[in-house]
Write a protein that binds this ligand. Sequence first.
Ligand code: CAA
Length: 260
Amino acid sequence: MTYENLLLETEDRIATLYINRPKALNALNQDTLLELKEAIGAIAQDDSIDVLIITGAGDKAFVAGADIAYMQNLSAMEARSFAALGQQVFMMIETMEKPVIAAVNGFALGGGCELAMCCDFRVASSNAKFGQPEVGLGIIPGFGGTQRLTRLIGAGMAKQLLYTADVIGADEACRVGLVNSVQAPEELMGVVKATAKRILAKGQVAVRLCKAAANEGLQTDINRGMTIEADAFGLCFATADQREGMSAFIEKRKSNFTGR
Ligand code: CAA
């Protein structure tokens, strides 16, 4: 599949999806969101892919936000639909069974920060910059920023960033828990791919059940979360991976998971 505003590379069960509008710092317009929706749907269904990495084309931006030129003259109802589309696509990424890692290689502002936040976790290049600059444009975040930032880094720090539109560097983003680590720009993709490979070496049914249980647990109280976990734990015992993983441990050999 070829896209106008995306690039997709697949190697060794890892897909790398580039948002590819470098001249506009990879800003998300409606066409790009529609392509992203199609690509995420296809990746979710593709049995040859186990881990997805999302990054930005070029060396300057992950995604510099929703496309301001596209949004400038939208009516209220059109803007509402645009937000709903972005939210829908980002929710597809968040709830996709396979793990998704954001490799943040530059500006991750507005919709870019929101795209990074719907991924399972984020690794940043040292030149990455994060923020929700929307109030400086007289609008608020529309692709989940007011919801995910508060959940991810806590209400106090999230509200400070939302109200001030301050842009923070990679080290500060790491300090507040927005990203897991900061890498030299030339090492970012290598580190993210090595992390993806460590995930790939494990039982993929179990990895996906971890994601589902963690995500569902975040939406509910801890008692319900424990039930979700126990159910998913039980389900693991219906898999070949559980038998292989435990046999390999007992037999003191490396496990050979099949993802079944
Ligand atoms: N939308 C549309 N075009 C954008 C863009 C965006 N979000 N961000 C950058 N661009 C374009 C610029 O217009 C410019 O295009 P031209 O060359 O045709 O003039 C090109 O990308 C390069 O950008 P700059 O010349 O501005 O590059 P810079 O290095 O001087 O500055 C920047 C980089 C600080 C990221 C600056 O571009 C900027 O502030 N961008 C906007 C960031 C922003 O406000 N994002 C939030 C958007 S609102 C949103 O996302 C709402 C939502 O939640 C749904």
